[in-house]
Design a protein around this ligand. Structure first.
Ligand code: IPE
Ligand code: IPE
Ligand code: MG
Length: 265
């Protein structure tokens, strides 16, 4: 019984991760679909199809372990420059997958958030995404953010434009523009910054993803290709995160003193 096995797997992962706090927000650059397909002499689209199952697994594990936010880089601004055929396939796949998964998202209390220049998406995919967003808007568990037609520079430029408008119409003064004001204009506003940022597929770069928000994220790079990235692989990344000391610019001694104080009180 597959369902039963999956519960046992999730249970054993939960046990394994029970020792230390989990990341509140995990962000993932889902890379390696094309190479996964190439290894099997399949068209690149086969890798994208297979990648959907990894999205499902990551969403389930985050939901089951109480991670609050999962943010997935699904399509970058730069990805519009891929061959039209691949772009079309991806758009169709994204729309189909999100529609198919909507009942499960609702059942698991997962709320969908869309991040990026969604207006640029073809109408059909956009409609399906929007329907899923509305159907899950009451959900209060995991927030699943899909970054589509997203790039960090696009997002920061948008935030700058917004602030310039507010300043021009006198709603704020230039001196009031601080980090909080910039952050309020980002597509991720209201969410905590990612604690753990994972990139699959072997590359060690951010490719225009969450440049502002990842200022203090713990980075985790793995050679595993996205379609091969299962629950155990995600649990490995979470366990690695649990071993990191997050100092936020302070000294190790300060962090330890703080932790001891928190344990006492
Ligand atoms: C990531 O896989 C998915 C998207 C960027 C849409 P790739 O399609 O980039 O796969 P590789 O990097 O070519 O293997
Ligand atoms: C990053 O992957 C974008 C997504 C995973 C959606 P790419 O495959 O587009 O990144 P580069 O081109 O290798 O930097
Ligand atoms: Mg790639």
């Amino acid at each position: 019984n597959l369902l039963f096995d999956m519960d046992i797997q999730t249970q054993s992962i939960s046990d394994r991760l029970s020792g230390a706090p989990l990341p509140r927000h995990i962000a993932i650059i889902m890379d390696g679909n094309g190479r996964w397909a190439k290894q099997r002499s399949l068209p690149r689209s086969a890798g994208h199809y297979e990648g959907v199952t990894s999205v499902r697994r990551a969403t389930e594990l985050c939901s089951d372990t109480g991670v609050g936010f999962l943010t997935l880089y699904a399509f970058s601004t730069e990805n519009w420059n891929r061959p039209q055929e691949e772009v079309d396939t991806l758009m169709t796949l994204i729309g189909m997958a999100i529609e198919r998964e909507t009942p499960d998202l609702v059942r698991n209390n997962v709320r969908l958030r869309l991040i990026g220049d969604i207006e640029r998406m073809p109408a059909d995919a956009r409609d399906r995404l929007e329907r899923c967003r509305q159907a899950t808007s009451h959900c209060s568990g995991l927030t699943l953010s899909l970054c589509l037609s997203y790039s960090s520079r696009w997002e920061i430029a948008e935030a700058a434009r917004r602030l310039a408008r507010l300043a021009a119409d006198g709603s704020i003064s230039a001196d009031e523009i601080d980090e909080e004001a910039v952050e309020a204009g980002l597509a991720t506003s209201g969410m905590p910054a990612p604690d753990l940022l994972i990139r699959t597929g072997g590359e060690k770069r951010l490719s225009n993803f969450l440049l502002w928000q990842a200022a203090y994220a713990e980075l985790y790079f793995t050679d595993t290709l996205w379609p091969d990235f299962g629950k155990e692989a995600l649990a490995d990344a979470m366990a690695d995160f649990q071993c990191r000391e997050r100092r936020f610019g302070r000294t190790s001694e300060q962090v330890e003193a703080d932790t001891a104080f928190q344990a006492d009180s």
